[in-house]
Design a protein around this ligand. Structure first.
Ligand SMILES: Cc1cc2nc3c(=O)[nH]c(=O)nc-3n(C[C@H](O)[C@H](O)[C@H](O)COP(=O)(O)OP(=O)(O)OC[C@H]3O[C@@H](n4cnc5c(N)ncnc54)[C@H](O)[C@@H]3O)c2cc1C
Length: 364
């Protein structure tokens, strides 16, 4: 069976890996570069039980287990490791909080209020390296990467027969849409609910071996009207990733045109300097902005597209795309190749939400 996977983010690359491992002929079509969007610029934090009690529970628990298996099986160049995770509050500049007994590397004006996860329940990966490794592992199993922009879907009666890439035709028995927030473009060709992009900003510091594997989820009242929730993840490669500051500007059509909002990186850098003296003194390796894909009800779209045979979608993973990519990929490979899945995908059925009217797309 020949399957085209549209999008080379963590979801597309992971699906390509699972499909190719099971013998499918796979082509990943990526507009710009593998992991060029959120999958290369996100936190990479993983939690086993933070989705418990929600429809994501089974997907998240299975994914958490698969991340450990993948690191064992494929050599772990992506720095998978378990972490201890704390929550806390950043106080006002002059405020001195009680001395912390945990995460001793934070500034005196940060109060650690509790432990949110242990090395049994929380972990991390470096997401750009993880995504590239999934793509490489897929290629080693026969998948191909095609750099091109998907501009249309080819159908014969009610069957998908391929895609159009700016004038070039690629034929297929099945197509999986995994273009992150750009999956919204597929609503021109198929009956699909809207997918939105929510922008986030981040800085990666070169902290060397100064910080232990301790993740922080903090709250900070920047002003009476603005409160921020910075997340801090020291990584195995000697860098520390910090993200905060969300916004909702329009999604640029070309992922290469995503840039930080004016002033956002300076605001984030100032906040980082308040969180820890190590961050205040460490060189910045890079800073980013990226869009995470979200849906109307906050749950991903994973499953067969209604009314068209051979069309599937896997997107809308919001803040848990790196975590949930492995079990999403396993389930999509089962759906495409076997017609049924081991885990229950009914909560993610694309038919549960009203489709986007393509006329609305023109105004996006
Ligand atoms: C600041 C921030 C921090 C985050 N932290 C975490 C975290 O700690 N843990 C976690 O689990 N998740 C986290 N996330 C969420 C996670 O990053 C996303 O859910 C995930 O990366 C989405 O992956 P994706 O493959 O669906 O989409 P993307 O990474 O957006 O990939 C989509 C791909 O499709 C390609 N594309 C677009 N248009 C076309 C076209 N026409 N033709 C071909 N290709 C096309 C793009 O170039 C891109 O490569 C975070 C997100 C943000 C924004």
């Amino acid at each position: 069976m020949r399957v085209l996977v549209l999008g080379g983010g963590v979801v597309g690359a992971s699906i390509a890996y699972r499909l190719a491992s099971r013998g499918a002929e796979v082509v990943v079509i990526e507009r710009s570069a593998v992991a060029c969007a959120a999958s290369g610029k996100s936190g990479g934090f993983l939690a086993r039980d933070w989705c418990d009690g929600t429809p994501l529970m089974e997907l998240a628990r299975r994914s958490f287990a698969l991340h450990a298996e993948l690191a064992d099986e494929l050599g772990n160049p992506w720095g998978y490791r378990r972490m201890t995770t704390y929550g806390g509050v950043v106080g006002p500049p002059s405020g001195r909080m009680p001395r912390n007994t945990a995460a001793a590397w934070v500034s005196p004006n940060v109060r650690i209020s509790g432990q949110l996860g242990s090395t049994n329940t929380t972990a991390q990966v470096e997401p750009a390296v993880f995504t590239a490794a999934m793509m490489r592992a897929a290629q080693e199993r026969g998948a191909r990467l095609w750099l091109g922009t998907v501009t249309g879907l080819l159908q014969q009666d009610d069957d998908v027969v391929g895609v159009d890439c700016a004038g070039e035709t690629l034929e297929a028995d099945a197509v999986v849409i995994a273009m992150g927030p750009w999956s919204v473009l597929a609503a021109q060709w198929l009956s699909l609910p809207p997918v939105f992009g929510l922008k986030g900003h981040s800085i990666v510091f070169e902290t060397g071996d100064q910080l232990p594997p301790e993740a922080l989820f903090l709250e900070y009242a920047e002003s009476p009207r603005s409160s921020l929730t910075p997340e801090v993840f020291p990584r195995a490669d000697g860098t520390t990733y910090v993200c905060a500051i969300s916004s909702e500007p329009p999604l640029p059509i070309d992922p290469r045109h995503v840039t930080p909002d004016e002033g956002a990186i300076d605001r984030l850098a100032a906040l980082c300097a308040r969180i820890s003296p190590v961050l205040a003194q460490s060189p910045v390796r890079t800073s980013h902005a990226c869009f995470r894909p979200v849906t109307q009800d906050g749950l991903p779209l994973i499953g067969a597209v209604p009314n068209v045979r051979g069309a599937y979608v896997a997107t809308g993973h919001s803040v848990w795309g790196i975590l949930n990519a492995p079990a999403t990929a396993e389930a999509v490979a089962e759906l495409v190749l076997d017609g049924a899945t081991t885990i229950d995908l009914s909560a993610f059925d694309p038919a549960r939400l009203p489709p986007l009217d393509p006329r609305q797309l023109r105004s996006l």
